[in-house]
Design a binder for this molecule. Structure first.
Ligand code: AMP
Ligand code: GLY
Length: 436
């Protein structure tokens, strides 16, 4: 098969790495990709992955490329082309593409849509209201004495969510989003949610429009600094499985969240084929959905691909065909840990173009894979080219060993200003419950 992957981050490198291992993979393109992608070779032919200089949101350019090169399957990584309707466009041209169509992608592209859907179909979530006027939003926030979360309705690059602990902070957040438009047009409407307390986990369920196959648990680390301090980022590291749920509790969470979600989709004729990724808070009252994403998580994908034993080409192809019921997911018993190495200053301003050294030493380590994110090639050397630069991923029989291996690899890699958290997985190691 010829496969086109859209996106350029660590998530897409992990997907490309896993897709390339399939004997079905004869040729893989990535648009726009990153400097790590061409290191992978399609198992069916030995051909190196090729980067195509087209941005993920350049729908016209991507369609043109696909019409000329006829990929048998296109796989969409990031949310923005999904929200812009790339799946509908490709389908109109009879091109096979993996990901939710524009209507289904609203679970991520509109928090108001998701919140209304959850209210109607009984998906457990925080008490919420959707507002298009600041006064109404402030009045609702007051019912929580200002302890609430203010979310811009639309896509805001993983930002657009402000936590408030009193009414003054809530009013400020509402004004910033709705009146000052800190997150642009995404702030036309806001969702106000009660502030939930508990452990946060990521769920992933692969869907083919009928069947949903649940992935094991994982946990992201959204804050920039150790101990969950500092500003929110796209994600500084992950591990899987997350020991905060037993197998039974995971199934229970799926039953209470994915069950009503599926029935709601059926009732509203929403054909969701792709990845449903609910961010979930494990509260004293049970698991509650904070938000839905309609794509693979980044950096959750890095640890999932390290553990997935199925052929990813077959899996994604089955989603498009609606034949996922014939496939059971298989996972290695290993734990996996991904430590993100970021540019100094990220998620704020940072400089680019710093030479990355040590990648060759890490390449020879067993059970370690460095996924590239913001990297480029300059005069034959890998250089930094984005906020999140690398996802250093390791797997081992125990979480402790996987964590040790990931950090041993991180220690071998250097670039000016490199910043990473030193506590990825620490919460799980302090946790004594049986592994899910
Ligand atoms: P979201 O993009 O909606 O997942 O929000 C980003 C982050 O804000 C989440 O990962 C949580 O850490 C936090 N968050 C969102 N909603 C809530 C909530 N209702 N209560 C507490 N924290 C929240
Ligand atoms: N792991 C955060 C995200 O993908 O949105």
């Amino acid at each position: 098969m010829k496969i086109l992957v859209i996106g350029s981050g660590g998530r897409e490198h992990a997907l490309v790495w896993k897709l390339a291992q399939s004997p079905h993979a004869r040729q893989i393109w990535c648009a726009p990709g990153n400097a790590g992608m061409p290191l992978e070779r399609a198992a069916g032919t030995g051909k190196a992955v090729e980067c195509v200089p087209l941005q993920a949101d350049d729908l016209d350019g991507l369609l043109e490329f696909a019409k000329e090169n006829n990929p048998d399957l296109t796989v969409v990584g990031p949310d923005n082309p999904l929200a812009a309707g790339i799946v509908d466009v490709f389908q109109r041209h009879r091109l096979r593409i993996w990901g939710p169509n524009q209507r289904a992608a609203q679970f991520e592209s509109s928090k108001a849509f998701s919140q209304n859907f959850m209210a109607v179909h009984g998906v457990p979530t925080a008490r919420s209201g959707v507002f298009s006027d600041a006064h109404g939003a402030k009045m609702f926030a007051a019912t929580f004495h200002g302890r609430c979360v203010v979310k811009a309705d639309g896509l805001a690059l993983g930002k657009g969510v402000l936590l408030a602990y009193n009414q003054h902070e809530a009013d400020q957040a509402i004004e910033d989003i709705m009146l000052k438009r800190t997150f642009g047009a995404a702030g036309e409407q806001v969702v106000i949610q009660e502030l939930l307390e508990g452990m946060e986990i990521s769920l992933h369920a692969l869907c083919d429009g009928h069947v949903a196959r649940l992935f094991p648990t994982s946990q992201d680390h959204k804050r920039a600094l150790d101990g969950d301090n500092g500003p929110n980022t796209g994600g500084m590291g992950t591990f899987s499985p997350a020991p905060f749920l037993t197998d039974d509790e995971l199934l229970d969470a799926a039953r209470t969240i994915i069950g009503p979600w599926q029935r709601g989709c059926a009732a509203e004729a929403i054909d969701f084929r792709g990845m449903l990724y609910p961010g979930v808070m494990l509260t004293a009252d049970g698991p509650k959905v904070l938000e839905f994403n309609a794509r693979f998580g980044d950096p959750e994908t890095q640890v999932y691909m390290a553990r997935l034993e199925n052929d990813l080409v077959e899996l994604l192809d089955a989603c498009v065909s609606g034949t996922l019921k014939d496939i059971q997911l298989r996972w290695s018993a290993h734990s996996a840990v991904c430590v993100v190495m970021a540019s100094g200053g990220y998620p704020g301003a940072y400089s680019k173009g710093h030479v990355i050294s040590g990648l060759e030493s890490v390449a020879s380590l067993p059970n370690v894979k460095v996924f590239h994110a913001g990297t480029a090639l300059s005069e034959g050397e890998f250089v930094t080219h984005g906020g999140r630069v690398l996802g250093v991923t390791a797997w081992a029989p125990s979480l402790e060993e996987a964590q040790g291996a990931a950090y041993a690899a991180v220690d071998l890699i250097q670039f000016e200003g490199a910043h990473f958290r030193t506590d990825i997985g620490a919460k799980a190691l302090g946790h004594r419950a049986p592994l899910a």
